[in-house]
Design a protein around this ligand. Structure first.
Ligand code: NAD
Length: 366
């Protein structure tokens, strides 16, 4: 971190950073709360072998801010937060450690809600849930939403259609060519939806069995080198594997008119988003396109609890959101990743104003 923690907090308007230590179980964790204008700060629990305490704090803060934008753009009434646990997820995960973390989260009284992230699984969520109700991602048997990847895949395709509309004047998938890179939980579902809608799908994965499966089940066209999928002559490049696949090496090789996928942090650096704009490629910003799982997962916080139909309807609204983000980009002449941030910031500002009005009327009624 180049600046002090307080300077960094001030620069990006962070609300809190909590350090949690329980030596009896080897817990060292950082809970960062970025913004609670829309609701309790929510975001997953990451466990990682950080090089330093500073690196852990910085990661927690950076990820918390990302969640503020993700929820705001998704139309979900939650703020942005994150917890990172310092340690090796392969060897240092214990029930005691996560129950201790659960107790720290409980102490915060609901201003922070946790979930799964890199290095944690539903098992750790169960441990934390034993100590606190403030856990969003849980197995269905524990009251959670169950698998969220189908919702993520649907959201990606909705975002893709909004971008196709911009690029070609039509959102129809029939007859379009799409390269789906990564056939895991999201990519597999995306292939199914795209094929059912009549698109031609090129499919690649480092795992040959996953490629065979979508070829056999959905008639996808196998791609031999999964790392060269960006360069295929297709309408859409759909990255559903790793982040940073839009980088100095790949960007000049893109032949598509649309980039829409589920991978997080698709742009290696922001300047790659600027370059996509210059090249006339419509990029559906990652955190807008991949919010379906989050929308689905958090539906159970809405009135009446989990409602599958309502959740999927809200996931489909990713199309409208993407359309609006692309409209902002077009009318303001800015890259789409910046337009997404603007869209999110505007929603937060508007809700803050509505809340202030409500607070004012509360005072008058007393
Ligand atoms: P996953 O682990 O199930 O699937 C990833 C797939 O990518 C695997 O099949 C893996 O073999 C493949 N892969 C790895 N390296 C590759 C390469 N170089 N080329 C081609 N394929 C490669 O993960 P997932 O849940 O399907 O998520 C996919 C991406 O979407 C991830 O970046 C994830 O962070 C992001 N995402 C997922 C969700 C969700 O609901 N699961 C939500 C938001 C974002």
């Amino acid at each position: 971190m180049e600046s002090t923690i307080f300077e960094y907090m001030g620069k990006y308007d962070y609300e809190n950073v909590f350090l949690c230590q329980d030596r009896s179980v080897g817990l060292r964790a950082v809970i960062a709360i970025h913004d609670t204008t829309l609701g309790p700060a929510t975001g997953g629990c990451r466990m990682w072998t950080y090089a330093s305490e500073g690196a852990a704090i910085e990661d927690a803060m950076r990820l918390a801010k990302g969640m503020t934008y993700k929820y705001a753009a998704a139309g979900v009434n939650l703020g942005g937060g994150k917890v990172v646990v310092m340690g090796d997820p392969r060897t240092e995960k214990t029930e005691a450690l996560f129950r201790s973390l659960g107790r720290f989260i409980n102490r915060l009284g609901g201003i922070y809600i946790t979930g799964e992230d890199v290095g944690t699984t539903l098992r750790e969520m169960e441990y934390m849930r034993m100590e606190t109700p403030y856990v969003i991602t849980l197995p269905a048997s524990w009251g959670g939403a169950g698998p969220i990847s189908p919702a993520t895949a649907l959201g990606v395709v909705e975002a893709m259609q909004a971008a196709l509309e911009q690029a070609y004047g039509s959102d129809t998938l029939a007859g379009r060519t799409v390269a789906v890179q990564g056939l895991g939980m999201v990519g597999y579902e995306a292939v199914r939806i795209l094929r059912e809608a009549g698109a031609t799908v090129y499919a690649g994965d480092i795992d040959a069995a996953k490629v065979r499966r979508v070829v056999e089940e959905y008639g996808a066209i196998p791609v031999e080198d999964p790392n060269r999928m960006h360069a295929l002559d297709v309408d859409v490049y759909c990255p559903c594997a790793l982040g940073a696949t839009i980088n100095d090496q790949t960007i000049e090789e893109l032949r598509c008119k649309v980039v829409a996928g589920s991978a997080n942090n698709q742009l290696h650096e922001e300047r790659h988003g600027d370059r996509l704009q210059e090249k006339g490629i419509w990029y559906a910003p990652d955190y807008v396109a991949n919010a379906g799982g989050t929308i689905y997962d958090t539906d159970r916080l809405l009135p009446g609890g989990m409602n599958h139909e309502r959740a999927m309807e809200n996931v489909r609204r990713i199309r409208e959101t993407t359309r609006e983000v692309l409209r902002i980009a077009r009318t303001e002449g800015i890259p789409t990743y910046r337009a997404a941030d603007r869209y999110a910031e505007r929603r937060i500002a508007q809700v803050a104003k509505a809340k202030a009005l409500r607070a004012a009327s509360d005072v008058q009624m007393r």
